[in-house]
Write a protein that binds this ligand. Structure first.
Ligand code: MN
Length: 228
C-alpha cells in the first residue's frame, strides 16, 4: 500500500447478521417519495412520476444505538426505510437482472432536518444539509438475500416511545426494488458496496432528545436507537 500524506480514509463497514465479515459501504443513494401516502402527506402528487434520488455520505451510515440530534435544526424527522446493499453493479441494469446484484437487506432510518429541507425546497437549494449530516442513517445488521430472499411485501413500521407512528407495507412502494436499481443505474454506474435507501411510508414526524425510536421491516430485521 502506498504511503499517504494524511491518514487514508477508513472504509465504512456495516455488520452482517450471522457472520464476522462486514459489508463495506461505497455510496449511499436514497429514493424520494416512494410510497404514495408519504408523497401525499408531504404535499406532492402520489401518481407514478419518474423516481428521483438524493445521496447521503457513506460515513453517515452506522450500526449504533444512539442518534445524536444534529445542530442547526429544531425539526428533525425519522423515516424508516428498507435498505438494499449491492454486491455487484453496472450501468443500465435491466430490471429483470437487478435483484441478482443485491447482497442483502437491512432496516435504516433516514433522519432528516425537515426544517432545513423545507427551506431548501423553497429556495431551490440542494438537500445535503437536510439529509447528509453525520450519523443521519443508523442501520441494522444486514441480512444476506441468500438467507431471506428479496422482500416484496411485509410490514414497515416505526414506534417512538412505544407509540406506533409509521405503519406501511413494502408492497406499497411506487417503484419496486428491481425498478429502483434499473432506474438508478441509468444515472450512475453502480458498484459493489453501494447502498440504496428505498423510501419511507407515511407517518413521518419529529423526534427530541431522549426519545426511543424502534423500527423494523418484517422478514428483514429491527433497529432501536435513542435520540441523544
Ligand atoms: Mn427517506
Amino acid at each position: 500500500m502506498l504511503a499517504t500524506v494524511i491518514p487514508a480514509l477508513e472504509p465504512v463497514l456495516l455488520p452482517v447478521e450471522g457472520v464476522t465479515e462486514r459489508f463495506p459501504v461505497r455510496r449511499v443513494y436514497c429514493v424520494g417519495r416512494n410510497y404514495a401516502d408519504h408523497a401525499i402527506e408531504m404535499g406532492h402528487d402520489p401518481s407514478r412520476q419518474p423516481p428521483f434520488f438524493f445521496q447521503k455520505n457513506a460515513d453517515n451510515l452506522y450500526a449504533g444505538s444512539e442518534f445524536p440530534y444534529p445542530s442547526l435544526s429544531s425539526d428533525v424527522h425519522y423515516e424508516v426505510e428498507l435498505v438494499m446493499a449491492l454486491a455487484a453493479g453496472g450501468a443500465n441494469i435491466p430490471a429483470g437482472e437487478a435483484l441478482s446484484k443485491v447482497y442483502g437487506y437491512g432496516v435504516g432510518v433516514d433522519f432528516t432536518r425537515r426544517d432545513r429541507q423545507a427551506e431548501a425546497k423553497k429556495m431551490g437549494r440542494p438537500w445535503e444539509v437536510a439529509k447528509a449530516f453525520e450519523k443521519s442513517a443508523p442501520v441494522s445488521a444486514l441480512v444476506p438475500a441468500a438467507k431471506i430472499g428479496h422482500p416484496q411485501q411485509g410490514a414497515v413500521w416505526l414506534d417512538v416511545n412505544g407509540e406506533r407512528k409509521q405503519s406501511g407495507n413494502l408492497n406499497q412502494m411506487i417503484w419496486k426494488l428491481p425498478e429502483i436499481i434499473a432506474e438508478l443505474s441509468k444515472l450512475f454506474t453502480l458498484a459493489p458496496g453501494d447502498v440504496i435507501m428505498t423510501g419511507t411510508p407515511a407517518g413521518v414526524g419529529p423526534v427530541k432528545r431522549g426519545d426511543k425510536v424502534a423500527c423494523g421491516v418484517e422478514g428483514v430485521g429491527e433497529l432501536t436507537v435513542t435520540v441523544v
